[in-house]
Design a protein around this ligand. Structure first.
Ligand code: GFB
Length: 321
């Protein structure tokens, strides 16, 4: 990518999109195009077509999505499948129509079968049933992968798809109803410490295992792959290391200096028992995550402390479009 190339980051207000914008600026890119969801609703076919006709971006990071944790996915299945299908279909089709040089589509590790062998290899896609709590979202993301592969096969478009593991970092969503586990626990432990609450409730059994990648590392991986990867097959992005939710909760209690009790609410779903990625394809290309989990959480917590006063803990579900 030329430093003056016109780069559109879809979803630039969200956790991933904002990290990609920061990374691109650090790398010296000058011509970065961003649109808020108020300026451009990516679910609107006419709106997206007009945007492409006027702006003619050369590169696209498709980081816009309707995202959320296990409860949001389980409660809003229609929104998760509809919004994500509309966003990706509109952007990918117009990227073809307006001859975008390259597009990077962000999927998710939840596209893999619930009981697939671990670590999850890219070839396990579509080899088994999905996790019910986020199947609509996963189907939409799988459709996005197939869109990219089909436009490459039929028209020769250079559209690539990357599959990040669970992400966290600055500018995350801290709404306790819609967020992912790491920001949710950070807020719960922080507020319990401040209020002197005797305990913090963690959803599920604490037994599920998850892999967590610091979003600044993800952004670096996306810029790396946009530069060097030009193949139709999906690429996992992760650390290759997972921990139990209980271990995460204990680490979060330590970092936030919460000394009370951790209790488990088994009425909440555990979701996929284990979900961590085989990252050998990416490491063979020469990329490795740089931020250990504890260091990443501490950096995020420092950001949270500086910003929690004015964080908009969105009541409506997070729509990074
Ligand atoms: O991060 P999370 O919401 O989503 O939940 P998934 C991970 C695990 O943490 C689940 C447990 O077993 C939750 O029950 N957990 C414990 C909590 N306490 C909490 C809490 O306070 N809040 C939340 N949110 N979880 C997501 C998919 O699955 O993975 C998304 O739903 C996406 O679509 C994402 O694919 C990468 O990791 O289970």
């Amino acid at each position: 990518m030329d430093l003056n190339a016109k780069i559109y980051v879809a979803g630039s207000r969200g956790l991933v999109g904002s990290a990609i914008v920061r990374r691109l600026k650090k790398l010296g890119y000058k011509n970065i195009l961003e649109k808020t969801s108020k300026e451009l609703d990516l679910r609107s076919q006419a709106g997206v077509e007009l945007f492409f006709c006027n702006e003619r971006p050369e590169y696209i990071f498709l980081a816009s999505a309707k995202v959320g944790g296990i409860l949001a996915n389980n409660s809003l299945p229609a929104e998760f499948i509809y919004d994500n299908l509309m966003i990706e279909t509109n952007i990918i089709h117009n990227a073809h129509k307006y001859k975008v040089s390259k597009l990077l589509f962000l999927g998710s590790s939840c596209i893999y079968p619930k009981y697939a062998l671990q670590p999850l290899k890219e070839e396990y896609l579509l080899t088994g049933e999905l996790e019910p709590t986020n199947e609509p979202y996963a189907i939409a993301k799988i459709a996005g992968i197939k869109l990219c592969q089909s436009y490459r096969r039929q028209y020769g478009d250079n559209f690539i798809s990357v599959m990040p593991t669970n992400l966290y970092g600055i500018n995350d969503n801290f709404n306790l109803d819609t967020s992912h586990v790491l920001p949710a626990l950070m807020r719960k432990f922080h507020e319990a410490k401040l209020s002197g609450a005797p305990s913090v409730t963690v959803w599920g059994s604490g037994k599920p295992r998850r892999e967590f990648l610091y979003v600044e590392d993800l952004a670096d991986a996306c810029c790396f792959l946009m530069q060097y990867y030009n193949d139709s097959e999906i690429v996992n992005i992760g650390t290759g290391i997972d921990i139990t939710i209980a271990e995460l909760a204990a680490m979060m209690a330590d970092i936030t200096c919460f000394t009370g009790e951790i209790v488990y609410d088994r009425t909440k779903p555990d979701g996929t028992p284990v979900k961590y990625l085989d990252i050998s394809k990416l490491t063979k290309l020469g990329w490795y995550a740089q931020t250990p989990l504890r260091a990443g959480i501490e950096k995020t917590y420092q950001w949270f402390l500086r910003n929690s006063a004015n964080l908009t803990f969105q009541q409506s579900h997070d729509l990074n479009i």
